[in-house]
Design a protein around this ligand. Structure first.
Ligand code: NAD
Length: 511
């Protein structure tokens, strides 16, 4: 049952959407997308901007919902769910514009005289979006915005833990959009599974690796393209020459923001031994000074739901039992689902806090002898979403960055690009190979259609009927590619002869 993570008060249930209702949402979205796709990008953007402005004006509402449903601090709600509506929409308009929804491609006039080609990016139809709870609005910018801007309809299945927060975003948009273009199906995994069966044309999934695998398999069976953005276990590589003040502040923020419940949160610090004692000491000083609680200017919210809370408790208990040193935190505060910032030192690879995603305010410190050892550990991880390198030597950091087998590498920062429309967000291994953000993600939402217009009156020389002239011409063309140019002068002559021959043949004479 859903309950407030702050005080465990039960939350109002949201009725589950039936499979029949989901199928009719998909149908309505498809019908509405007919006229939506005919509008220009400019028109679509203008309509969506009206909604974005309204969302900005009413931002307090979404902060309150995120606080109620997942205990999100209002200040984090403001930055994660409350102020990206317009800015990120404008970013997405730029990305779609740059991709060019209709683009002329110049063909070589010698080979393709009289022919003109265009590539059009055609909306796929209805996009099914299956979303997680950790950024119930923030996570939707990179799916719902590009889906709509490229001319699709959308059926959104938000997380069962944060249905009303995501619904708020959809309601604001839907108020400006054609009727039925965007709707929301509520419920848990079975409703997500039903959405995949309901006739959607493409699926954007964000969530955990096991669910992601199931979704991709089913989509593949149905012949539906899908994109899966999955979990992470990001490491910060802390080198001995780092600027310790900035590193401690940066690692703190990116380990604890959203109570650590971010796919791109720092969950492991791979720290060079030479700096490890000082790093852990400074981190402890900082983390014990952070405020855990529900107030507006507190630093740490509770965990968002019981499932997540139990997982964090179990992982920390296991690490302790396997010999990790609890530097600070390590026990629930006893109020709601609050869990304090927790540093576990001298962690080893067999511990779940090193191996598996934690999604909580917990940092596993692993001491390493060198940067090379840290790189090996990152590349051996089950996950491959992001990693960061903390050092004053930027040239060395650049070289190390290129050795990391992950999707996003930051130097002296971490994962702040997650919502930036221009920069790809993607991973390797269990983090999934879906691409969110940037023009590279657009193929999830559009398919290419090539349109070629031939304005020439002459037949193409390789058309039927075949003859010896065509044979000679083909061989001369092959030789020319090998720079055997002795007979190349004959090509235009043979070309004309072929055109004449085809014309004569189709004019009734057989030559
Ligand atoms: P989850 O996999 O439990 O659920 C995600 C969504 O899938 C929910 O809406 C859920 O109802 C739905 N679902 C569950 N079973 C389904 C099924 N069989 N078919 C279709 N849909 C189904 O994940 P979660 O706990 O909501 O989210 C946390 C996870 O999301 C973490 O692993 C986190 O790292 C990941 N995440 C990744 C990114 C990224 O960009 N890589 C961003 C945010 C969150």
């Amino acid at each position: 049952m859903r309950a407030s993570p702050i005080d465990l008060r039960p939350l109002e249930a949201v009725p589950e959407t039936s499979p029949a209702a989901i199928a009719s949402m998909v149908e309505r979205a498809r019908a509405a997308s007919g006229s939506w796709r005919e509008r220009s990008l400019r028109d679509r953007a203008a309509i969506m901007r009206r909604a974005a402005r309204s969302m900005l004006g009413r931002r307090d509402e979404v902060l309150a919902l995120a606080r109620e449903e997942m205990g999100k601090l209002e200040i984090e709600g403001l930055f994660h769910e409350g102020l990206g509506h317009l800015d990120l929409l404008n970013g997405w308009v730029g990305v779609v514009e740059a991709a060019g929804l209709r683009r002329r491609v110049r063909l070589n006039p010698l080979k393709f005289g009289g022919k003109k080609a265009w590539v059009e990016l055609v909306p796929r139809g209805v996009v099914g979006v299956i979303a997680p709870w950790n950024f119930p609005v923030g996570n939707l910018y990179r799916s719902v915005y590009p889906a709509l801007l490229t001319g699709n309809g959308v059926v959104l299945k938000p997380s069962e833990w944060t249905p009303r927060t995501s619904q708020w975003f959809a309601d604001q948009l839907a108020a400006e959009l054609p009727d039925g273009l965007l709707s929301v199906a509520h419920g848990a995994g079975a409703v997500g599974a039903a959405l995949i069966e309901a006739g959607i044309d493409t699926c954007v999934f964000t969530g955990s690796p096991p669910t992601g695998r199931e979704v991709r398999v089913r989509c593949a069976q149905l012949g539906i393209p899908s994109s899966a953005e999955l979990g992470g276990k990001d490491a910060a590589i802390v080198l001995a020459d780092c600027d310790l003040d900035r590193t401690v502040a940066g690692v703190t923020h990116w380990a604890l923001s959203n109570a650590g419940q971010a796919c791109g949160a720092i969950e492991i610090a791979l720290v060079e031994s030479a700096v490890a004692d000082r790093f852990v000491e400074r981190l402890k000083e900082a983390w014990t000074g952070l405020r855990v609680g529900p107030g507006r200017f507190f630093d740490l919210s509770p965990l968002a739901n019981r499932k997540q809370f139990d997982l964090v408790v179990a992982q920390v208990d296991e690490a302790r039992a396997l010999g990790a040193e609890v530097v600070c935190g390590g026990q629930p505060t006893g109020e709601g689902l609050f869990y304090p910032p927790t540093i576990l030192d001298r962690c080893t690879p067999e511990m779940a806090v090193v191996r598996d995603e934690t999604f909580g305010p917990v940092l596993a410190v692993v001491r390493v002898e060198s940067a090379a050892e840290a790189v090996r550990q990152v590349n051996r991880s089950r996950y491959g979403l992001g990693a960061s390198i903390w050092t004053r030597d930027l040239a060395r950091a650049g070289k190390l960055a290129r050795q990391l087998d992950v999707g996003i590498v930051d130097v002296n920062n971490h994962s702040f690009t997650g919502a930036i429309p221009e920069l790809p967000w993607s991973g390797t291994r269990a983090s999934g190979f879906g691409i969110a953000n940037s023009g590279l993600s657009l193929l999830t939402f559009v398919r290419p259609r090539t349109v070629v217009v031939d304005a020439g009156s002459a037949p193409d020389p390789f058309w039927m009927p075949y003859d010896e002239t065509l044979w000679d011409m083909g061989n001369l063309l092959a030789d020319a590619q090998l720079m055997k140019l002795g007979g190349a002068w004959r090509i235009p002559f043979l070309w004309r002869r072929r055109v004449r021959r085809i014309r004569e043949f189709f004019a009734g004479g057989t030559g």
